[in-house]
Design a protein around this ligand. Structure first.
Ligand code: MG
Ligand code: ZN
Length: 160
């Protein structure tokens, strides 16, 4: 079984800018990300990303825009030798269509846990929104709520 660090995307991996991020010019990795991920990698963790992208439902951008950023992210993880299992995103938004994947719903997490044989008790999720933590709780994952764009090494320090 795998132990996994589940990461929200906007605000945790890259800069939360208060509006939807779908272009490279707004896609800025947060300070300390690389160091923190390498720390968890050394501890034997794999990684997975779960992100709400309701801007697709709102027709502000397309799947292709999201995919483009995710191609970059997969490449970035692999260049660092990090095991990124998958990136899962929910394209829906409650205002336009209901679904059971948008966080705080937990379908994205449930699928990943089953698909990658995740050791839930040895894994955790990091998010910058209460709905991230709610989704984690729904599947029995420990959730860490951080401030948007904070340095993940602070989280490591306060839990060491
Ligand atoms: Mg976020
Ligand atoms: Zn959805």
């Amino acid at each position: 079984m795998k132990k996994v660090v589940f990461l929200d995307r906007d605000g945790v991996i890259n800069r939360e800018i208060g509006t939807y991020v779908f272009q490279f010019k707004n896609f800025v990795l947060n300070e300390g990300l690389e160091k923190a991920l390498l720390y968890w990698d050394k501890k034997g963790y794999s990684f997975a990303i779960v992100t709400n992208q309701g801007g697709i439902s709102k027709q502000l951008y397309k799947h292709q825009d999201v995919e483009q950023l995710h191609v970059f992210l997969r490449d970035w993880f692999s260049r660092l030798g990090l095991n990124l299992l998958a990136i899962s995103y929910c394209p829906h938004h409650d205002a336009y269509e209901s679904c059971i994947c948008r966080k705080p719903n937990s379908l994205m997490l449930e699928k990943m846990i089953a698909r990658f044989d995740v050791a839930v008790n040895d894994s955790f999720l990091i998010g910058d929104s209460p709905r991230d933590i709610e989704a984690a709780k729904a599947v029995g994952l420990r959730g860490f709520l951080i401030d948007a764009n904070s340095n993940l090494n602070d989280l490591i320090r306060s839990n060491d």
